[in-house]
Design a protein around this ligand. Sequence first.
Ligand code: GLC
Length: 425
Amino acid sequence: MTTLRMEEAAHAVLARNDRGGYTVPTDRLYPFQWNWDSAFVAMGFATFDVDRAFRELERLIEGQWDDGMIPHIVFHAPSDTYFPGPDVWGTKHHVPTSGITQPPVFGMALRHVYEAAVASGLADAETRAKVLFQAALRSHRWWLAARDPEDLGLVSILHPWESGSDNSPAWDEALARAPTTTSTAIRRKDTSHVNAAMRPRDEDYQRFIHLVDVYRDCGWNPKQQWARAPFKVADVQMTAILARATADLMHLAGILGSENDRAELAQMQGRLVNGLARRWRPHLSRFVSLDLISGADIEAPTQAGFIPLVALALDDAQRSAITAEIRRWLDGMTVGIPSAPAFSPAFEPKRYWRGPVWAVINWLIADGLRLNGAEELARHIEQSTVRTIENVGFCEYFDPTTGEGLGGDTFSWTAAAYLVLGRRE
Ligand code: GLC
């Protein structure tokens, strides 16, 4: 297919997944609006329809809680093809939502969409962006208050699903401490849409739901959850995305916010960047998350260790170490970057977040490499992502050893990644 035909096909995926101003990640498997998917999707829309890009973010904010949290799922309309639905979460927002969050790509997307809107002369860009800017600021305040109450300069996840890398080997040890007992009856729907061998195992699923039960019993109160959480990980991927989004909001504050907003964001960003910088491990050539329950570093190799590239300016030694490490992970792969490297005992090239490649992860890492002057590697990653999508379509993720497309097909964020990365060639 020519690039133009592929762009049209990407537009068609987004149109097909459009449910009225918001986009589902894919039909049936994920039938609602997902937080970080929508942020990437908004950037994809910004390549051809900035008004629709704004709508995507505006609709996500309909789910924002009074305390500032932007939930990981907004259940705008009912669907019976997904578990756990609104009844399991038992939250109290006027639009039903889940009770946990996801990586705050929102601030990055807002800058991207706003700049595209200005470039295309969209009439009400500033008014709309101002509302979204305040929503983003409130969510960043929530992150630091609710998820870094001990002032580590790192934000924590209380559920693996918050990380966006739901089934990552990074969580294995920490999750194994969570009991498998649940007060909720588990009715998995995912394994009826895609091959069970690619999805989380039943036992892990029980632990996932156990955590939901605990937090629902806390009435979703952040302080109580922090005190009772059986799973608490200060995550470098999450912190890096938050730090980068904070820098993007600082950039926008001059136009969309006040001097006080800018100063507050600068203070947040300093705190996060310092916290993140302390997570570099020279012997591993990457950054590591911290298990706050055991107090131990999480050394399992996953893509998360490279995401701080989006937020930090590395020194020369770090830059050459991290680029060499990324190249090592790419070695022998048809397409990288694997979510776990082939040399890891946890590597499973087809199972969710335990080896497969995600286009949006490549997008983040390529951005971070470019920010750190590693242009050539950034381009290589972008181009191989684009080629893979051209070969097998807009799949949820890809087997790094073969380039095969896996999981759900016609995926919104893969279409968005194609639109954005395809233009960088
Ligand atoms: C899976 C992914 C998560 C994503 C969601 C919808 O749960 O792990 O990152 O947001 O699917 O695409």
